[in-house]
Design a protein around this ligand. Structure first.
Ligand code: NI
Ligand code: MN
Length: 231
């Protein structure tokens, strides 16, 4: 059987990874997300939910989806404990750690951001994630500013097939910094996220595509509800 990986965008930073056998959801913020194309109830069978940090626009509907589907919550130690108190099963990890799961390999990276929970409680450090599934490697940056160690992430995990990068500015990298991130990471394809959901993160994804192209990279826009298939 040929290996493949399908990435479906559900708006903001929510991605559904499907290799034909296993399905993983990253940062399922659907309720209250004006760009979401689905409701949390559509997910019936999921292997795991990866949560990059505690903010509501990433942790989102994870509790409801994890409880209903029995999906394993994979995140930092503090966030997995928080889910454990809500009767969700999880696997705690932390920055720099990698682990092979039945559905794929997960390694967490640094991210420069915050990670308070729904009630303002501290939920450890924010993270990015390198997820290997279906023979493909995907870097989801979470929420972060630009950092030079992205070069190391690209080198140690490389070659990355896809980098999912926030471009909305204000809370994360804007277009210029995200284009520089793409250059440092060296992924085959870069896809913008975390923009236009709210007024303060309006950004032009075409400008990102253009700027990545100027440094010799490739970027594509995937709209909410659309899929990008890695051959
Ligand atoms: Ni955040
Ligand atoms: Mn965010």
């Amino acid at each position: 059987e040929d290996e493949m990986l399908n990435l479906r965008f559900h708006g903001h930073s929510c991605w559904e990874l499907d290799d034909g056998t296993h399905r993983v959801l990253i940062d399922p913020f659907l309720t209250g997300n004006p760009l979401a194309d689905v409701e949390p109830g559509v997910f019936e069978s999921l292997d795991a939910i990866v949560v990059t940090h505690g903010h509501g626009d990433h942790l989102g509907d994870s509790v409801e989806i994890a409880k209903r589907t029995g999906a394993l919550v994979v995140s930092n130690f503090e966030i997995v404990n928080w889910f454990g108190a809500r009767e969700c099963q999880g696997h705690p990890m932390h920055i720099g750690g990698g682990r092979q799961f039945p559905f794929g390999h997960i390694k967490f990276t640094i991210a420069h951001h915050g990670s308070t929970g729904p009630d303002g409680e501290p939920l450890g450090n924010p993270m990015g994630v390198v997820l290997s599934m279906g023979g493909r490697k995907v870097y989801h940056a979470g929420d972060t500013g630009l950092f030079l160690d992205m070069q190391l992430i690209g080198e140690m995990s490389g070659p990355l097939d896809v980098a999912l990068l926030p471009i909305g500015d204000n809370f994360t990298m804007g277009v210029d910094d995200a284009a520089k991130a793409a250059e440092l990471l060296g992924a085959r394809v870069n896809i913008p996220m975390h923009y236009d959901t709210f007024d303060v993160i309006q950004a032009d994804p075409a400008e990102f595509v253009d700027k990545v192209g100027r440094t010799g990279g490739t970027a594509v826009i995937v709209k909410p509800g659309q899929s990008y298939e890695l051959p």
